[in-house]
Design a protein around this ligand. Structure first.
Ligand code: ADP
Length: 610
């Protein structure tokens, strides 16, 4: 059956697909159906005109050139999802088309070009939108997320990965990620990954990843394949940071091993003495064995009590009987009890406050006992233990000083942690590393704190502080826009130097540091300035409870408030210096200098631009 030309055009006109026919190398529009004319936003008058004239916006675009080439080569051109800019409703707009330019040949010569097109703009926008949403979602997740191609090459990592590694997505993509895996973990990881790729099943592995600071952190990696029409389209994976869990697990294992060992030692002795007693009839020897085995039973009891205390503390079930008692008697009692069992050391009580204190006497004796028995244990050469109890600024301050092995500076602040023991590899000291943790919890319940001053091989002084009355001390004495003073801090805005001068005094804790810190922020807001001279010379003991708060909340806030130069005069307390290092190191846009000398600090801050 042969159609007339007219019939053929009728058929094309009915087609829902946009269609046009062009003639000559000039691309004259011979025919265009309604759908095509609608794409162009024109009317029937376009027929018989060159495309260039009808759609001048195409001049800068490739289409007319492609059509002209087809006129010469006679080769069909097909494209999908291609952007074209068309003038519609008086505005240049982008549309996406699937289209074909097909030459119609007669005697191997092109006599016309048939153009069919389908508008896929909406589909495209939808895809773009859902892709954007997908990316947004992946970036919003606070853990590492990645996608990989079916062959296992990474083609996307979220911002968390880039931030953690300190690298660009391009460096990590492909196989670049393998660089960041701990060499010892890489083989296992690749084995599991290849198995998953082969079988198309879930991928799961634990490995250490190297972060921008050069340190490795344990992660749990998981990935699942997205399967469409029976084939894997992509892999979606996550790496979850499990470093804390891993470390806790390790700590726990280590602790159980120490605890078993510690419990076994006195038990073995008791067993030994028991056997000896069974075989002995000599009354004198029997008495010695009984005494020795009694001492070991006490040791065992103390270890078990410590374990029970920690369990109670963890569950928040430690009971306190708060009652008034004489502090001097309590101190003297604790010392006497211990001195009775020790002949190697002399415990000297230099001062003690004759004060009625409200608290749990039994628990505070436990703290004294812990400090004293540590002082004895960690000065194996024997000698003096000096104990002092004084009242200062409405606080009882007790110190226990020994002249033993001491503790290195970098180990000091870790001693607050449960189970932490300084690694005394050269000497072996019995203990579980629970005593200080229990003591610090007991002191906290009395609103107190403890800290340590020590130097390796020169002995250690352990302090604890118990506040006598709190409510009286926090009242500010003076407040103006440029001046603030309470019993912990004096803040003064030096107008001439455009500098906030801050002087901290006495025993700081979380509450006092937070109050002072917030006051400083207020003063910064009232008197815009970029410099702070922070004087910690009068700070006693520790403010380490506040160190995390200062680092994570206060310093970023004061940086936002405009701080650029910070001169920090150290407290003479080693513990306070450690707290400073722990928190101040974290700020980036503030130039910080540390001083022990106030004049040097003042000179430096004066030299900085206001
Ligand atoms: P332990 O039962 O291990 O003694 P503690 O919690 O009482 O547990 O002490 C924790 C760690 O602190 C000890 O393992 C030791 O390393 C260190 N330590 C405590 N007191 C002293 C001290 N007076 N001198 C040196 N190191 C000390």
């Amino acid at each position: 059956m042969n159609f007339t030309q007219h019939q053929l055009l009728e058929i094309l006109a009915q087609s829902p697909n946009a269609t046009a026919i062009y003639r000559t190398g000039q691309i004259i529009i011979e025919y265009a159906n309604d759908a095509m004319i609608a794409f162009w936003d024109k009317d029937r008058t376009v027929i018989g005109k060159p495309m260039e004239e009808v759609l001048p916006e195409l001049k800068e675009q490739p289409f007319i050139k492609i059509l002209q080439e087809i006129w010469v080569t006679g080769i069909t051109y097909e494209a999908r999802n291609t952007a074209a800019q068309l003038m519609v409703n008086g505005k240049l707009q982008t549309f996406y088309f699937d289209f074909t330019y097909m030459p119609i040949l007669e005697d191997k010569k092109v006599i016309a070009i048939l153009h069919t097109a389908k508008d896929v703009t909406e589909q495209n926008l939808y895809l773009e939108e859902s892709e954007n949403r997908f990316r947004f979602l992946l970036n919003a997740i606070p853990q590492q997320v990645w996608t990989a191609l079916p062959d296992g090459k990474l083609d996307y990592v979220n911002q968390v990965v880039c931030d953690d590694f300190g690298s660009s997505g391009d460096t990590i993509a492909g196989n670049g990620w393998q660089e960041y895996i701990h060499p010892d973990d890489l083989a296992g990881c690749l084995h599991n990954w290849n198995m998953a790729l082969e079988s198309g099943t879930e991928y799961m592995v634990e490995f250490r990843l190297r972060f921008r600071d050069g340190l490795y952190r344990w992660h749990l990696a998981r990935a699942l394949p997205l399967v469409e029409q029976g084939t894997i389209k992509l892999w979606l994976g996550t790496n979850t940071n499990i470093d804390i869990q891993k470390r806790n697990e390790h700590k726990k294992d280590e602790f159980i091993s120490i605890a078993s060992h510690e419990l076994k030692t006195p038990l073995t002795s008791i067993k030994g003495f028991n056997q000896l007693m069974q075989r002995t009839i000599d009354q004198e020897k029997l008495q010695t064995f009984l005494k020795k085995s009694g001492e070991n039973i006490s040791n065992l009891e103390r270890l078990i009590n410590d374990l029970l205390d920690v369990t109670k503390l963890n569950a928040g079930k430690m009971n306190y009987a708060m009652e008034p008692f004489n502090f001097r008697h309590m101190m003297a009692n604790s010392i006497e009890n211990l001195q009775l069992t020790v002949s190697t050391h002399e415990i000297i009580l230099e001062n003690s406050p004759d004060i009625i204190f409200h608290g749990d006497q039994f628990r505070l004796e436990q703290v004294m006992h812990n400090f004293l028995s540590n002082a004895i244990k960690y000065s194996p050469e024997g000698g003096k233990i000096i104990v002092n109890g004084i009242v200062e600024r409405d606080n009882i301050i007790v110190s226990v000083q020994d002249f033993g092995i001491g503790i290195a500076g970098d180990k000091l602040d870790k001693l607050f942690d449960r189970y932490y023991r300084v690694d005394n590899t050269d000497m072996r000291f019995e203990g579980l590393g629970l005593g200080l943790f229990i003591s610090s919890e007991i002191l906290k319940r009395h609103q107190g704190s403890f800290w340590i001053e020590s130097e390796l091989h020169k002995g250690a002084t352990f302090y604890f502080r118990l506040p006598l009355s709190r409510s009286l001390m926090n009242e500010p004495t003076v407040i103006t826009d440029t001046y603030y003073k309470d019993s912990f801090i004096t803040i003064q805005f030096n107008k001439a130097k455009k500098c906030l001068e801050v002087d901290w005094t006495g025993f700081q804790d979380l509450a006092s540091v937070q109050r002072g810190g917030r006051m400083m922020l207020e003063m910064m807001a009232k008197n815009y300035c970029s410099k702070i001279l922070n004087d910690n010379r009068q700070v006693k003991g520790t403010w380490s409870e506040a160190a995390d708060w200062a680092r994570n909340e206060w310093l970023p806030e004061i940086e936002r408030a405009g701080l650029r130069y910070l001169a920090w005069i150290y407290s003479p307390s080693m513990f306070s210096q450690l707290s400073t290092k722990k928190s101040v190191d974290a700020i980036s846009n503030v130039t910080t200098q540390f001083f022990t000398d106030a004049v040097a600090a003042e000179e430096w801050i004066d030299q900085q631009p206001a």
